[in-house]
Design a protein around this ligand. Structure first.
Ligand code: B4P
Length: 194
């Protein structure tokens, strides 16, 4: 199996690049943002609870997202590998993911971290907010909260994988295709070895 974490702040292009990566490598895409938005649109109890946090730009409690990922891993026993998009977002989520993969005799091969300036992030999210209907994109305060949450709670996740020498920083600004090329170069180099 080849397991990849696509990492970066809100608006860094994780969702955009994941679509292209899963098409090329046939990995199973696990986006906690997409899973949560699907729960919200189906008005499930989990979705209604998650919405309270997402609308404020806060992270959803760890036990909720860890439970979702655990079920998704169990539901895909034959996957050639997983692309984790937007997960893990806290140190506790990273530890839980390592344990879940270990139970399957697996681990994370690499974390690719998209490098984008804060100015560009805000510009992208405001632009998406004009058309997406996403309640967390159309309010400047909520966007700022998401970036603060990232610095406080999510950036330590990179330290967790850095200790295991698994983090690679990839340029996240420029055209979508050029960024994709930068990501595939790193994946190809590691897939050969694994
Ligand atoms: P997510 O759904 O993960 O979304 P995101 O961080 O906002 O965006 P992403 O980086 O995927 O950006 P995208 O490609 O879409 O999270 C939403 C919320 O869910 C969180 O705030 C949190 O509340 C909750 N949540 C999710 N996972 C969680 C977890 N594990 N734990 C707790 N809570 C969790 O790109 C953004 C925009 O930029 C798009 O409009 C795109 O078109 C544009 N763009 C992309 N690449 C570009 C490029 N190269 N140039 C110009 N624009 C570009």
């Amino acid at each position: 199996m080849f397991n990849l974490i696509l990492f970066g702040p809100p608006g860094s292009g994780k969702g955009t690049q994941s679509e292209k990566l899963i098409a090329k490598y046939n990995l199973k895409h696990l986006s906690t943002g997409d899973l949560l938005r699907s729960e919200i649109s189906r008005k499930t109890a989990l979705g209604l609870e998650a919405k309270k946090f997402m609308d404020k730009g806060q992270l959803v409690p760890d036990e909720v997202v860890i439970g979702m990922i655990s079920s998704a891993l169990d539901a895909n026993p034959g996957a050639v590998g997983f692309l984790f998009d937007g997960f893990p977002r806290t140190a506790a989520q990273a530890e839980a993911l390592d344990k879940l993969l270990e139970l399957k005799n697996n681990s994370i091969n690499v974390m690719l971290a998209l490098d984008v300036t804060e100015e560009e992030l805000v510009k992208r999210l405001v632009k998406r907010g004009e058309t997406s209907g996403r309640t967390d994109d159309n309010n400047g305060n909520v966007i700022r909260t998401r970036i603060i949450e990232y610095h406080k709670k999510t950036s330590p996740v990179a330290d967790h994988y850095r200790k295991a020498n698994k983090v690679v920083l990839v340029k996240g600004e420029g055209s979508v295709d050029d960024i994709f090329k930068g990501l595939t170069k790193e994946i190809d180099a590691r897939m050969k070895k694994s």
